[in-house]
Write a protein that binds this ligand. Structure first.
Ligand code: 5GP
Length: 182
C-alpha cells in the first residue's frame, strides 16, 4: 500500500475475537506438543506482537517452561508502506545460544522484517528456532521465510486491532478490523 494522508475509519471486522481466541489456542497446542517439558523463550517483536504473544503465552500455560523477551525494530512510523529497511532498536536480553526460541510477530507482509530477524537469531546458534505469526499476507510476500506456526492467511488489505496499529491507534481493539478511507 502507498503512503497516504487520508483519514481512515474502521470498516468491517475481518477476524472476530472468538475466531482469534480459538486459533491462538490451536497454535498453543502445537507449541506444547513440540516443547512440552522444555524451556522456551518467546521473543515478541514490539509493539504489534504484544497482545498476541500475551494470549499465546497464557494459552501455552505451565506445560512448557516459557520465558518472554522482546525485540524492537524500526517500524512503518505513521505510514502504511514498508521501507524494507530493518533497524534493531532493542535486542533481546537473553543470550540465544543453545536456547529454544520462537520469534512471535503480529503480521508477515513482505517477510523482510522476519527474514532479517530470523537470520540474526540463527547466527547466534539457538538449539531450536521457529517463527510464529498471527497473520500472513501471501500476495505481498517478497522473500521466503519459513513459518512454523501461522494463525491466518489474509488478503492484501490493511488491518488493525489485536496489537496492530495505524499511526499508533487501535492496537487495543479485541477484534481485527479492515480500515477504509473517509
Ligand atoms: P514486512 O517486513 O513483513 O513487510 O512488514 C511487517 C510489518 O509491517 C508488521 O510488523 C507491521 O508492523 C506492518 N504491517 C504490514 N501489514 C500491516 C497491516 O495490514 N496492518 C498493520 N497495522 N501493520 C502492517
Amino acid at each position: 500500500m502507498e503512503e497516504t494522508d487520508v483519514s481512515l475509519r474502521l470498516d468491517a471486522i475481518l477476524l472476530s475475537r472468538e475466531t482469534i481466541h480459538k486459533r491462538v489456542s490451536e497454535l498453543a497446542a502445537e507449541i506444547i506438543d513440540e516443547f512440552r517439558g522444555s524451556e522456551l523463550i518467546l521473543v515478541g517483536v514490539l509493539k504489534g506482537a504484544v497482545i498476541f504473544m500475551s494470549d499465546l503465552a497464557r494459552a501455552i500455560g505451565g506445560e512448557v517452561d516459557v520465558r518472554m523477551d522482546f525485540m524492537a525494530v524500526s517500524s512503518y512510523g505513521n505510514s502504511m508502506s514498508s521501507s524494507g529497511a530493518v533497524k534493531i532498536v532493542k535486542d533481546i536480553d537473553t543470550p540465544a545460544e543453545g536456547k529454544n526460541i520462537i520469534l512471535v510477530e503480529d503480521i508477515m507482509d513482505t517477510g523482510l522484517t522476519l527474514s532479517y530477524l530470523g537470520d540474526m537469531i540463527m547466527a547466534r546458534n539457538p538449539s531450536k528456532f521457529k517463527i510464529c505469526v498471527l497473520l500472513e499476507k501471501p500476495e505481498r510476500k517478497k522473500v521466503e521465510c519459513a513459518i512454523a506456526y501461522r494463525g491466518f492467511s489474509i488478503p492484501d488489505k490493511f488491518v488493525v486491532g489485536y496489537g496492530l496499529d495505524c499511526a499508533g491507534k487501535w492496537r487495543n481493539l479485541p477484534d481485527i478490523w479492515r480500515v477504509a478511507e473517509g
